[in-house]
Ligand binder design. Structure first.
Ligand code: BTN
Length: 248
Protein backbone atom coordinates (compact mmCIF):
# COMPACT_ATOMS: atom_id res chain seq x y z
CA UNK A 1 0.00 0.00 0.00
CA UNK A 2 1.17 3.49 -0.79
CA UNK A 3 0.50 6.61 1.22
CA UNK A 4 0.35 9.52 -1.24
CA UNK A 5 1.33 12.93 0.17
CA UNK A 6 -0.01 15.70 -2.05
CA UNK A 7 2.08 18.87 -2.18
CA UNK A 8 1.16 22.18 -3.80
CA UNK A 9 4.68 23.44 -4.42
CA UNK A 10 7.98 21.75 -3.70
CA UNK A 11 11.54 22.14 -4.97
CA UNK A 12 11.77 18.53 -6.10
CA UNK A 13 9.73 15.52 -4.97
CA UNK A 14 12.95 13.44 -5.05
CA UNK A 15 14.62 15.89 -2.65
CA UNK A 16 11.49 16.02 -0.47
CA UNK A 17 11.52 12.24 -0.02
CA UNK A 18 15.28 12.26 0.51
CA UNK A 19 14.76 14.56 3.49
CA UNK A 20 12.31 12.02 4.99
CA UNK A 21 13.97 8.83 3.82
CA UNK A 22 15.58 7.79 7.11
CA UNK A 23 12.36 7.84 9.12
CA UNK A 24 9.53 7.43 6.58
CA UNK A 25 8.03 4.08 5.63
CA UNK A 26 8.88 2.51 2.31
CA UNK A 27 6.15 3.02 -0.27
CA UNK A 28 5.60 6.69 0.59
CA UNK A 29 4.76 8.74 -2.51
CA UNK A 30 5.10 12.52 -2.90
CA UNK A 31 2.94 13.99 -5.67
CA UNK A 32 3.38 17.71 -6.38
CA UNK A 33 1.26 20.16 -8.33
CA UNK A 34 4.39 22.11 -9.15
CA UNK A 35 8.16 21.70 -8.72
CA UNK A 36 10.34 24.78 -8.61
CA UNK A 37 13.60 22.83 -8.90
CA UNK A 38 12.61 19.66 -10.75
CA UNK A 39 15.69 17.52 -11.43
CA UNK A 40 16.39 15.54 -14.60
CA UNK A 41 18.99 12.94 -15.51
CA UNK A 42 22.61 13.85 -16.18
CA UNK A 43 22.36 16.98 -13.99
CA UNK A 44 19.66 18.59 -16.13
CA UNK A 45 16.60 20.39 -14.81
CA UNK A 46 13.02 19.20 -15.33
CA UNK A 47 10.29 21.68 -16.23
CA UNK A 48 7.37 20.97 -13.87
CA UNK A 49 4.78 23.73 -14.24
CA UNK A 50 1.74 23.93 -11.97
CA UNK A 51 -0.98 21.45 -12.88
CA UNK A 52 0.69 20.46 -16.17
CA UNK A 53 1.80 16.97 -15.27
CA UNK A 54 2.21 14.13 -12.81
CA UNK A 55 5.36 15.03 -10.86
CA UNK A 56 5.89 12.36 -8.23
CA UNK A 57 8.45 10.20 -6.43
CA UNK A 58 8.26 6.84 -4.67
CA UNK A 59 10.40 5.91 -1.67
CA UNK A 60 11.60 2.30 -1.92
CA UNK A 61 12.87 0.71 1.30
CA UNK A 62 12.28 -2.96 0.64
CA UNK A 63 14.48 -5.38 2.61
CA UNK A 64 15.34 -7.06 -0.70
CA UNK A 65 16.81 -3.86 -2.13
CA UNK A 66 20.50 -4.21 -3.01
CA UNK A 67 22.73 -2.33 -5.45
CA UNK A 68 21.81 -4.71 -8.28
CA UNK A 69 18.05 -4.38 -7.71
CA UNK A 70 18.34 -0.62 -7.30
CA UNK A 71 19.91 -0.46 -10.78
CA UNK A 72 17.03 -2.58 -12.09
CA UNK A 73 14.41 -0.16 -10.69
CA UNK A 74 15.17 2.23 -13.57
CA UNK A 75 13.78 -0.37 -15.97
CA UNK A 76 10.90 -1.31 -13.67
CA UNK A 77 9.85 2.36 -13.65
CA UNK A 78 10.16 2.71 -17.41
CA UNK A 79 8.07 -0.39 -18.01
CA UNK A 80 5.49 0.62 -15.38
CA UNK A 81 5.13 4.06 -17.03
CA UNK A 82 4.83 2.57 -20.50
CA UNK A 83 2.27 -0.06 -19.43
CA UNK A 84 0.10 2.33 -17.44
CA UNK A 85 0.15 5.07 -20.09
CA UNK A 86 -0.53 2.56 -22.88
CA UNK A 87 -3.63 1.46 -20.98
CA UNK A 88 -4.85 4.94 -20.01
CA UNK A 89 -4.30 6.31 -23.53
CA UNK A 90 -5.34 3.10 -25.33
CA UNK A 91 -2.18 3.46 -27.42
CA UNK A 92 0.44 0.83 -28.16
CA UNK A 93 2.55 3.53 -29.81
CA UNK A 94 3.86 4.55 -26.39
CA UNK A 95 7.41 3.17 -26.18
CA UNK A 96 10.49 3.18 -23.96
CA UNK A 97 13.57 4.95 -25.29
CA UNK A 98 16.51 3.33 -23.54
CA UNK A 99 17.20 3.63 -20.71
CA UNK A 100 14.09 5.26 -19.35
CA UNK A 101 12.38 7.92 -21.41
CA UNK A 102 8.81 7.30 -22.46
CA UNK A 103 8.12 8.45 -26.00
CA UNK A 104 5.14 8.82 -28.27
CA UNK A 105 5.42 9.73 -31.97
CA UNK A 106 9.18 10.16 -31.50
CA UNK A 107 8.82 12.77 -28.72
CA UNK A 108 9.38 12.55 -24.96
CA UNK A 109 6.29 12.25 -22.75
CA UNK A 110 7.93 11.27 -19.53
CA UNK A 111 11.30 11.13 -17.77
CA UNK A 112 12.53 9.06 -14.82
CA UNK A 113 15.21 9.84 -12.25
CA UNK A 114 16.11 7.08 -9.77
CA UNK A 115 18.50 7.91 -6.94
CA UNK A 116 19.77 5.84 -4.03
CA UNK A 117 20.84 6.64 -0.48
CA UNK A 118 23.69 4.85 1.27
CA UNK A 119 24.90 4.48 4.83
CA UNK A 120 28.59 3.94 4.15
CA UNK A 121 28.64 1.05 1.68
CA UNK A 122 25.13 -0.09 2.59
CA UNK A 123 22.27 0.86 0.29
CA UNK A 124 19.41 2.11 2.49
CA UNK A 125 16.76 3.33 0.08
CA UNK A 126 15.99 4.27 -3.51
CA UNK A 127 13.82 7.10 -4.72
CA UNK A 128 12.10 6.72 -8.07
CA UNK A 129 11.11 10.10 -9.50
CA UNK A 130 8.68 10.23 -12.40
CA UNK A 131 7.71 13.25 -14.46
CA UNK A 132 4.86 12.77 -16.96
CA UNK A 133 3.86 15.71 -19.14
CA UNK A 134 0.08 15.61 -19.20
CA UNK A 135 -1.42 18.91 -20.27
CA UNK A 136 1.38 21.14 -21.58
CA UNK A 137 0.60 22.45 -25.05
CA UNK A 138 3.84 24.32 -25.68
CA UNK A 139 7.41 23.78 -24.51
CA UNK A 140 10.34 26.21 -24.55
CA UNK A 141 12.57 26.16 -27.63
CA UNK A 142 15.34 24.33 -25.76
CA UNK A 143 13.04 21.30 -25.36
CA UNK A 144 12.27 20.50 -29.01
CA UNK A 145 11.64 16.82 -28.27
CA UNK A 146 9.21 17.33 -25.39
CA UNK A 147 5.52 16.61 -25.70
CA UNK A 148 2.51 15.83 -23.51
CA UNK A 149 -0.31 13.30 -23.40
CA UNK A 150 -2.78 16.05 -24.36
CA UNK A 151 -0.71 17.26 -27.30
CA UNK A 152 -0.34 13.75 -28.72
CA UNK A 153 -3.66 12.11 -27.90
CA UNK A 154 -6.15 14.88 -27.05
CA UNK A 155 -6.73 13.20 -23.64
CA UNK A 156 -6.78 15.16 -20.37
CA UNK A 157 -5.56 12.71 -17.74
CA UNK A 158 -5.48 13.70 -14.10
CA UNK A 159 -2.21 13.43 -12.16
CA UNK A 160 -3.58 11.36 -9.26
CA UNK A 161 -5.13 8.68 -11.52
CA UNK A 162 -1.93 8.50 -13.55
CA UNK A 163 0.13 8.13 -10.37
CA UNK A 164 -2.15 5.37 -9.07
CA UNK A 165 -2.05 3.53 -12.41
CA UNK A 166 1.75 3.73 -12.36
CA UNK A 167 1.92 2.44 -8.76
CA UNK A 168 -0.23 -0.61 -9.58
CA UNK A 169 2.20 -1.64 -12.35
CA UNK A 170 5.25 -0.64 -10.32
CA UNK A 171 4.26 -2.94 -7.44
CA UNK A 172 3.80 -5.95 -9.73
CA UNK A 173 7.03 -5.33 -11.64
CA UNK A 174 9.20 -4.64 -8.59
CA UNK A 175 8.02 -7.95 -7.08
CA UNK A 176 9.10 -9.64 -10.34
CA UNK A 177 12.47 -7.90 -10.11
CA UNK A 178 13.08 -9.01 -6.51
CA UNK A 179 11.84 -12.56 -7.08
CA UNK A 180 13.06 -13.37 -10.59
CA UNK A 181 15.72 -10.79 -11.44
CA UNK A 182 16.16 -8.24 -14.19
CA UNK A 183 16.02 -10.73 -17.10
CA UNK A 184 12.23 -10.99 -16.85
CA UNK A 185 11.83 -7.19 -16.82
CA UNK A 186 14.11 -6.85 -19.87
CA UNK A 187 12.09 -9.54 -21.68
CA UNK A 188 8.97 -7.40 -21.19
CA UNK A 189 10.83 -4.25 -22.21
CA UNK A 190 12.17 -5.53 -25.55
CA UNK A 191 8.80 -5.46 -27.36
CA UNK A 192 8.06 -1.90 -26.17
CA UNK A 193 11.52 -0.52 -26.91
CA UNK A 194 11.83 2.47 -29.23
CA UNK A 195 15.60 1.90 -29.34
CA UNK A 196 16.28 -1.72 -30.28
CA UNK A 197 16.70 -2.27 -34.00
CA UNK A 198 17.45 1.43 -34.61
CA UNK A 199 20.65 3.19 -35.57
CA UNK A 200 21.61 5.27 -32.55
CA UNK A 201 24.33 7.59 -31.43
CA UNK A 202 25.31 7.31 -27.76
CA UNK A 203 27.37 10.19 -26.38
CA UNK A 204 29.21 9.60 -23.17
CA UNK A 205 32.46 10.38 -21.38
CA UNK A 206 34.40 8.12 -23.78
CA UNK A 207 33.08 9.86 -26.90
CA UNK A 208 30.38 8.86 -29.35
CA UNK A 209 29.30 5.36 -30.32
CA UNK A 210 27.18 5.08 -33.46
CA UNK A 211 25.70 1.82 -34.64
CA UNK A 212 22.73 -0.51 -34.51
CA UNK A 213 21.14 -0.93 -31.06
CA UNK A 214 20.99 -4.71 -31.06
CA UNK A 215 20.01 -5.82 -27.55
CA UNK A 216 20.19 -5.25 -23.82
CA UNK A 217 22.96 -6.89 -21.80
CA UNK A 218 21.81 -8.88 -18.72
CA UNK A 219 22.50 -5.81 -16.53
CA UNK A 220 20.42 -3.54 -18.80
CA UNK A 221 23.35 -1.92 -20.65
CA UNK A 222 22.66 -1.15 -24.32
CA UNK A 223 24.59 -3.24 -26.86
CA UNK A 224 25.45 -1.35 -30.04
CA UNK A 225 26.82 -3.10 -33.14
CA UNK A 226 29.49 -0.90 -34.72
CA UNK A 227 32.07 -1.48 -37.51
CA UNK A 228 34.56 -2.34 -34.76
CA UNK A 229 32.32 -4.89 -33.04
CA UNK A 230 29.71 -4.75 -30.29
CA UNK A 231 30.10 -1.88 -27.80
CA UNK A 232 28.24 -1.62 -24.49
CA UNK A 233 26.94 1.61 -23.10
CA UNK A 234 25.96 1.81 -19.46
CA UNK A 235 22.91 3.50 -17.98
CA UNK A 236 23.84 6.73 -16.30
CA UNK A 237 26.69 8.02 -18.39
CA UNK A 238 25.25 8.47 -21.83
CA UNK A 239 22.57 10.20 -23.82
CA UNK A 240 21.24 8.23 -26.77
CA UNK A 241 19.55 9.65 -29.86
CA UNK A 242 18.28 8.17 -33.07
CA UNK A 243 20.53 9.39 -35.87
CA UNK A 244 17.72 11.37 -37.52
CA UNK A 245 16.33 12.90 -34.34
CA UNK A 246 15.33 12.17 -30.78
CA UNK A 247 13.79 8.71 -30.97
CA UNK A 248 13.47 7.85 -34.65
C1 BTN B 1 14.83 13.00 -17.09
O1 BTN B 1 14.30 12.52 -18.08
O2 BTN B 1 15.79 13.75 -17.19
C2 BTN B 1 14.30 12.64 -15.73
C3 BTN B 1 13.22 13.56 -15.27
C4 BTN B 1 12.63 13.19 -13.93
C5 BTN B 1 11.62 14.21 -13.44
C6 BTN B 1 10.91 13.77 -12.21
S1 BTN B 1 9.56 14.84 -11.82
C7 BTN B 1 9.38 14.08 -10.26
C8 BTN B 1 10.77 13.79 -9.74
N1 BTN B 1 11.29 14.94 -9.02
C9 BTN B 1 12.34 15.49 -9.65
O3 BTN B 1 12.96 16.47 -9.25
N2 BTN B 1 12.61 14.79 -10.76
C10 BTN B 1 11.72 13.67 -10.94
Amino acid sequence: MHEIVRLKTVGSTNEYLKSLAKTARGGLVALAEEQTGGKGRLGRSWLSLKGQGAWFSVLVKDGRLCAENAAGLVFVCALACAKSLRRLCASNDILVKWPNDIVLHGKKLCGILCESGFDGEKLCYSICGIGINLLSERFPGELPWATSVLAETGLKLDPLSVTQAFLAEFDILSEKLYNNGLAEILDELRPVSATLGKTVCASGPDGNVTGLASDFAPDGALLIKTCEGVRRVNVGDVSVRGVMGYAD
